[in-house]
Design a binder for this molecule. Sequence first.
Ligand code: GLC
Length: 548
Amino acid sequence: MSRPAPAGFTWWQAGVIYQIYPRSYADTDGDGVGDLPGITGRLDHLQRLGVDAIWLSPIYPSPMLDFGYDVTDHTGIDPLFGDLARFDTLIAEAHQRGLRVLMDFIPNHTSDRHPWFTAARSGRHDPYRDWYLWADPAADGGPPNNWRSVFGGPAWTLDGESGQYFYHAYLPQQPDLNWRNRAVRAAQLDIMRTWLDRGVDGFRIDAFRHLLKDDQLRDNPPKPQWRVGMAPYDALLPEHTADHPDIGDLVALIRAVIDNHPAPRGAAAPGDRVLIGELYLPIERLMRYYGPAGAGLHLPSNMHLIDTPWQAERVGALIDAYEAALPAGAWPNWVSGNHDRSRIATRVGPAQARVAAMLLLTLRGTPTLYYGEEIGMHDVPIPSELVQDPYERRVAGVGLGRDPERTPMQWTADPGAGFCAPHSRPWLPLAEDAAVVNVATQNGQEDSMVTLYQRLLALRRAVPALSVGSYSPLQAAGDVLAYVREHQSQRIVVALNLSDRPRTVALSGISRGRILLSTDPHRPTRQLAGTVILGPDQGVIIDEAMTS
Ligand code: GLC
């Protein structure tokens, strides 16, 4: 059972999702890589934190060239992480605590070692050939067109045997599937059913915007704004390789499985499951993934907070644009960070990370937290000899590597940070401040980040205006972002100071309110008639209806 949501709302609308990168969460078998028993053993932390669902980055059998996003068997568990029995235990233990479990579903590509691709590569007439995307060389023998891999270099690799190129949006070892082939669709939908039978409550769909590409293989146009030093992939506009107009048909197919496949006991019922799509797209393009009459994805990921400059005007404008673009009935969502992007505490600094936490957990819509944010983990610089990320290796020097945001979770002040045994070597180095920044040290500390997150999440649960209430802007200027969340008779004001200097916020009626939570427990917020004085880096949540 999930925790009850306010009447008229689902658990995933009122709830908060927490992303776990399993390699980096908790290692129980001494190999320096996190595993499923490690996650199961830390569910109490998540319950105490107050999140509603966990999304697991991939745990399927894989050569791990892209750390699990290169799958060889979609229905198994890589021995590095455990096995199906341990997975079942994780699901059962999570469900018992009221936590939902979401899987990472990777439909766009497989590993080149997947039996489907091995067969497809074996000859032009193999029945699996058409499961992937093949094309003859251009007249000069080079790749069929100018399409580029997200990870740098051409998106086509020549298969010497057959003399044809195959397409890969990411690594050459991650060939893209052909979603125009009906057998591919059927196989992928069956994979979803397999996991639903095992009790998962929904999926995060990987690389969703890449699912269909132009069948005429037209060249992508250049992007005029591109400059040397930017990601090589961004030199072209992905007009013919991403966000294809027909993707909606595929969304409908996937959604039908989610809505109709029966659920085992303890799992979210059909109609109560959630479908999240990884979509790096402009706001207006994102909206069509909700589908006609809401029949598409429940939560097309809104990544825009990640790239928006941390200024009140800019963040306020983003929220307004996003709110205005949402079609009727579409539920918003917000993401502050993930395993592909620099951590929030690094992007805005440690003091503002507290303000950002308050923003993320008080905006209208489902928030997704990334593991470690709750203790203020920052990006960890990785010396070049320890680099693991294939992206970093392919685009060295551009600073796009993803290892810094994937370092081991910091649980305790011990050597190994409670992530692994003291004598084990973690797969990525621990942060140098792990002895101070960790769950055990922060738990129960009045001014720690984890305490702030626990309080924010508890308040969000206790106050429906914060989880499901309407949103209206109050101020997005002079370093202050302020807004109102309202539900039934409840009216909550959130006022955030995005600067390190005191700021006065003129808010009529606030003098009647009561401060429910401040990012800074030591700094009392002075209330004057109609104004609130915020300290440096301070955010407050005010209940207007209550008297102080
Ligand atoms: C998604 C994942 C990323 C992965 C890529 C290829 O963007 O989040 O980590 O490398 O897809 O699967």
